[in-house]
Design a binder for this molecule. Structure first.
Ligand code: ZN
Length: 195
């Protein structure tokens, strides 16, 4: 008998990535407890990975899809040809931060049409749990280090535009507001109110 039960629909779904200035991007995510690692959390992680590849991006935090849990997915060197090995990490923590570096042209799926150089730590050591609750550690520099810092920031409600100069941020915020107003006007064409 064919079944339409949702339980059998295991194909990952694309999720909506929240966009600045959505207030949910400012939530501080809570740690995932061991007993919370179930099929629905695994499905969320799979959906997040699918969404990251689709956008496309190299990292995505649960905060960006409206889930305030400390869960990130990352894949720095995936290719269109199918080389996809998403890292799914729970409760990632920076246990060591060292040196200073600038990430060039950092961007974010939640901050449309904007890139900036951001001051970051040069090297970080990250401790996290996998979906199998194994403790893992990464010693990261360069892009990997910047990506970890960016995604962990998301879990704390911090965006990369919080880490650039006030002037640059304000210019972006103004441009973004204008863009949103334009989009709104396109959705609700003027002239509707003529008696
Ligand atoms: Zn981001």
């Amino acid at each position: 008998m064919p079944t339409r039960c949702k339980c059998y629909e295991m194909r990952p779904m694309l999720l909506k990535v929240l966009q600045f200035p959505d207030a949910r991007l400012r939530q501080k995510a809570v740690a995932v407890e061991k007993h919370e690692v179930d099929e629905s959390l695994r499905a969320l992680a799979a959906d997040m990975a699918e969404t990251m590849y689709d956008e496309p991006g190299i990292g995505l935090a649960a905060t960006q899809v409206g889930v305030a849990k400390r869960l990130i997915v990352m894949d720095l060197d995936w290719t269109e040809e199918g080389e996809r090995r998403p890292r799914v990490l729970l409760n990632p923590e920076l246990v060591l931060k060292e040196g200073k570096a600038v990430s060039e042209g950092e961007g974010c799926l939640s901050v449309p049409d904007f890139k900036a150089d951001v001051e970051r730590h040069e090297r970080v050591v990250v401790r996290a749990r996998t979906l199998d609750w194994e403790e893992v550690e990464f010693d990261a520099t360069e892009l990997e280090s910047f990506c970890f810092q960016h995604e962990i920031d998301h879990l704390d409600g911090v965006l990369f535009i919080d880490r650039i100069s006030k002037l640059k941020r304000e210019l972006y915020v103004r441009r973004r507001k204008k863009q949103l107003r334009r989009e709104q006007e396109e959705r609700e064409p003027a002239g509707h109110a003529d008696g």
